[in-house]
Design a protein around this ligand. Structure first.
Ligand code: BTN
Length: 313
């Protein structure tokens, strides 16, 4: 309700060149003038430049590239935005436990304890895009790896289609441009019998931030201009919806492989049982990496991958 009122106030103000009176707004929105005033004060505190005069309110300037729920008309009720949070994964788990629906999005401007793979942290400064989406994929357990295959493929396709970037995929699910990482993802899954019934998919994308992390880059650094996080998120969600219909189809993995920067390279994979070095020759239908060395093939389901040679080496 609160979110919808703010959205309606902004929409009324942005479609009027002149001042809109508090009385007119309260009539259209069906709330008191005091409530209109309070919402306007909140919006001003969030960075919206709204001039207040005896004639009413006038929108002068909206803050650039914000991810407030009312910036997503039609899906406001699914968007949970935090200026600062420990990790969107923690909030998402809580919302999922409370029964929030598939498609619920938890977005943070900054994370104080952003989580990466393998217990690492994910530096989450303002300007990046950090979110977790609640999914209900109903994927059979053996095909669980396809959730992240689909998501990383959807992101690479978005970066290629929307920005013309030559995005590639590093096993298991990093998105690279050249040899620099621009995005990473992880999944928090829950199973019922042999199905993955729920999956909270967390994604961090370096967008307008300047990551102070070795071998990482942001889209703004690559493109030489800032990028709208909202447009990027909306395009990614559309693409994700398309790949989600394909979880059980083999062509999902083939397409992932066609964008892989890992297959065909020498790699070193750190696994909980030691490291494996060899040439990455394939990704099998479950998403596992096939590594060959001295005629011996190993199938790796889990691990931290380092590229140690160029593609084709
Ligand atoms: C990786 O190590 O590559 C995975 C990084 C995943 C980071 C995202 S940011 C949004 C979500 N919240 C977190 O704490 N982590 C994920």
């Amino acid at each position: 309700m609160e979110v919808r009122i703010k959205g309606s106030i902004l929409s009324l103000l942005s479609t009027s060149l002149d001042f809109v009176s508090g009385e007119a707004m309260s009539r259209v929105l069906g709330v008191s003038r005091v409530s209109v005033w309070k919402h306007v004060q909140n919006l001003r505190a969030l960075g919206y430049a709204i001039e207040v005069s005896a004639k009413g309110y006038r929108l002068e300037k909206v803050p650039a590239d914000m991810l407030f729920p009312w910036e997503f008309p039609g899906m406001e009720s699914k968007v949970h935005f935090f200026g600062e949070v420990d990790s969107t994964m923690t909030v998402a788990r809580k919302l999922a436990d409370e029964g929030h629906a598939r498609g619920t999005l938890v977005i943070a401007e900054k994370q104080l304890a952003g989580r990466g793979r393998d217990g690492r942290s994910w530096v989450s400064e303002s300007g990046g895009l950090y979110f977790t989406i609640l999914l209900a994929p109903k994927v059979p357990l053996p095909l669980g790896g396809r959730i992240l295959i689909g998501a990383s493929l959807a992101l690479a396709r978005t970066l290629r289609g929307k920005y013309g970037l030559q995005a590639q995929l590093k096993w298991p699910n990093d998105v690279l441009i050249g040899d620099k990482k621009v995005a990473g993802m992880l999944a928090d899954t829950q199973t019922e019998s042999d199905l993955i019934s729920r999956c909270n998919l967390g994604i961090g994308i370096n967008v307008n931030n300047r990551p102070d992390v070795p071998d990482s880059y942001s889209l703004a650094e690559l493109l030489g201009r800032s990028v709208s996080r909202k447009d990027l998120l909306l395009s990614f969600l559309e693409e994700l919806e398309r790949t989600m219909d394909r979880y059980t189809r083999e062509d999902l993995v083939s397409e992932w492989k066609s964008l892989s920067s890992t297959v065909g390279r020498r790699v070193k994979i750190a696994t909980p049982r030691g490291s494996v070095t060899g040439k990455a020759v394939d990704v099998d239908s479950t998403g596992a990496l096939v590594v060959e060395e001295g005629g011996r093939r190993q199938i790796l389901y889990y691990g931290d991958c380092h590229h140690i040679g160029r593609q084709g080496t």
